[in-house]
Design a protein around this ligand. Structure first.
Ligand code: FO1
Length: 342
């Protein structure tokens, strides 16, 4: 069985870990490919850092810092402190000492001319994530955030990482721009693993700056709309709020309500014929929303309207509290995919 996921950082990595656990414990033989978002990538201190690729690689490879969800466990930040002592910026970026080895190997290989997809494959040879991790593109892209400056009319763009880390997404975002996105090409394998998949899953990653950016790579949305595989998504909004991260700040910027239903409508139903002028057309065949189990409110009210829209929707427990709970969500997503398979 071939399963392809479009993933961002922490949410996508954790969901994939649960999926692999479900496949292993159910004895399902599957090849899993993860198309990773590279809009978060940033060059700091001369090093190319790929946060979402590394979150997937470390989480599945067993090196992740569980409490941070990014970077390495048992991490130290000695070099970061020394850089700050020299007064060099960005002091706000959490450059970990162990993590730096990854950035050094990646930067060295990129400078030697290897494409990011080859570099990622080389790094994964050490981590053995158990999936084929492919960057969405080998071309240099960066997500920049347009914000209003202090003085009126001084609109400016800053790198997503500065907006996310330094400002904690507190500056109202007016737009997210994938710089370089319009001319980026899908990395080798990206279109193939979508076209040849038996199932495509959208984990509960940030729909704007993670999955949204993968969808901006020319050709990806069309590949999703034409693959024979059912495309099933898991809502990143649970009980009207993002479980983690700041998806609400991102969704507000693009005028999408922070609800499980609004995010599904944003991705759009795949079945609907392309209304004239539609922005590329919908990609969803199925959607999972939270049923209220645990402390979060239920999103079950989304089931009927979305199903009527052409996105068969199920309400199930969506809190990824541990690997077993996440495996259960993955099992539900695969079951829905079979039910909606055309
Ligand atoms: N997130 C933070 O909140 N603070 C940091 O200092 C930080 C540093 C960092 C370094 C490497 C890396 O791979 C990720 C890092 N992240 C940090 C997380 C990162 O900003 C986000 O995980 C993604 O960009 C959003 O998914």
């Amino acid at each position: 069985m071939r399963i392809t996921l479009l993933a961002g950082g922490i949410g996508g990595a954790r969901f994939t870990r649960g999926l692999l656990h479900h496949l292993r414990t159910s004895g399902i033989d599957a090849d899993v490919a993860v198309i990773g978002n590279t809009g978060d990538d940033i060059r700091v201190f001369g090093l190319q850092v790929c946060p979402d690729l590394d979150s997937v690689m470390y989480t599945l490879g067993g090196g992740i810092s569980e409490e941070r969800g990014w970077g390495r466990e048992d991490e130290t930040f000695v070099v970061k402190g020394e850089l700050a002592n020299y007064g060099v910026e960005p002091t706000w970026f959490g450059l970990g000492d162990r993590d730096t080895a990854t950035h050094l190997v990646r930067t060295q290989m990129l400078d030697a001319g290897y494409p990011l997809s080859a570099v990622t494959e080389a790094l994964c040879a050490r981590w053995q994530p158990g999936v084929r991790l492919i960057p969405m593109t080998d071309d240099r892209v960066e997500t920049h955030v347009v914000v209003d400056g202090e003085e009126t009319g001084t609109r400016r763009a800053l790198h997503f990482q500065e907006w996310w880390i330094r400002y904690r997404a507190s500056l109202p975002a007016l737009a997210f721009v994938l710089v370089g996105g319009d001319t980026a090409k899908p990395a080798p394998g990206v279109l193939e693993v979508i076209a040849e998949a038996d199932v495509v899953l959208l984990p509960p990653s940030n729909p704007v700056v993670s999955i949204g950016m993968v969808l901006q790579v020319p050709g990806v949305r069309e590949a999703l709309r034409s693959t024979a595989a059912p495309v099933v998504g898991v809502s990143p909004i649970v009980g009207g709020a993002p479980v983690r991260g700041m998806a609400d700040a991102c969704l507000a910027a693009i005028g999408v309500d922070t609800t499980a239903e609004a995010v599904a409508r944003h991705y759009g139903p795949r079945v609907a014929a392309l209304p004239a002028g539609a922005d590329g057309g919908g990609i969803l065949d199925g959607w999972l929303v939270h049923d209220g189990t645990g402390s979060m409110a239920s999103d079950a009210s989304a089931v009927d309207p979305l199903t009527a829209l052409g996105i068969p929707t199920r309400a199930v427990p969506l809190l990824m509290t541990d690997v077993e709970a996440t495996a259960a969500i993955a099992a539900q997503a695969l079951a829905l995919a079979e039910d909606v398979r055309r």
